[in-house]
Design a binder for this molecule. Structure first.
Ligand code: HEC
Length: 230
């Protein structure tokens, strides 16, 4: 073992120098239009899942997590804030999603997610975001935990919804209302100013309508949504 040690140290040193040269020379392509190699991709996914698993170990969903009201409220916020990146039933793709790397997963087509751990994981991701991916930390914009649990509850239903069910839920929701649970004030100025008609959220193919509305709304910057900066 002692005989091997110098060789191992030299190999590590050569690797570190080679890595620095590759990075320093700008050889790694930072563009979002070229994917990572499979090894880097797997390493990043592994690191992400380990990091999240560690951080959600003691997290539990609230006792009233399965209350249907959560799904209703979550639907409106999803249609207003997430659909552009994460799509909705029968929505094939969006302009922003096509250009993103990593591509935001189509949350309307995820495999069955009724496990509680999935909801806790979704909650954590929505609250904290994921570094260097474009997934925002919604808590930084002021979204409260209760509203994030609504979204997590809605996400458990989403992949079971038909387009009509989805549109109905969005229509029945409070629209873009993530400062306010039932009875609270709506928390966002832009709801009154930018979206024009605060509630209910658009009914007919709401996913696509909201997407168009947001894409053509350059002043909608109160949340610093990445997707509004054209
Ligand atoms: C600007 C685009 C963008 C917006 C807007 C966005 N996300 Fe994401 N989201 C992403 C990306 C990209 C990922 C994947 C990150 C990765 O691969 O590590 C992601 C991942 C997720 C995941 C993890 C999915 C999985 O199964 O691994 C959840 C849950 C999620 N987002 C929920 C939301 C919710 C809820 C909203 C709205 C409040 C939202 N996102 C808004 C880009 C976005």
């Amino acid at each position: 073992m002692n005989k091997l040690l110098p060789g191992i140290l030299v190999a590590v040193a050569i690797g570190a120098v080679a890595g620095s040269i590759i990075i320093g020379a700008g050889i790694i392509d930072a563009g979002a239009d070229t994917p990572h190699g499979p090894l880097i991709h797997q390493a990043l996914a592994f690191a992400r899942e380990r990091s999240i698993a560690r951080r959600i170990a003691d997290l539990k969903e609230p006792e009233d997590f399965t209350e249907p009201e959560r799904i209703r409220r979550g639907a409106g916020n999803y249609a207003a804030m997430c659909v552009n990146c994460h799509l909705a039933p029968e929505m094939e793709d969006s302009e922003i999603r096509q250009g993103m790397y990593p591509a935001p997963p189509n949350l309307a087509a995820r495999p069955d997610l009724t496990q509680a751990r999935n909801a806790v994981r979704d909650f954590w991701i929505i609250k904290h975001g994921i570094k260097s991916t474009g997934m925002p930390a919604w808590s930084k914009g002021g979204m409260e935990d209760a509203v994030i649990w609504d979204l997590a509850a809605f996400l458990q239903r989403l992949s079971h919804l038909s387009k009509d069910d989805y549109d109905l839920l969005v229509t029945a929701s409070d629209g873009h209302s993530h400062g306010g649970l039932a009875g609270d004030e709506h928390g966002h100025d832009e709801q009154a100013t930018d979206h024009g008609t605060p509630e209910p959220a658009p009914a007919v193919n709401s996913a696509n309508d909201v997407q168009k509305e947001q894409n053509h709304d350059p002043d909608h910057d109160a949340h610093e949504h990445d997707d509004h900066e054209h």
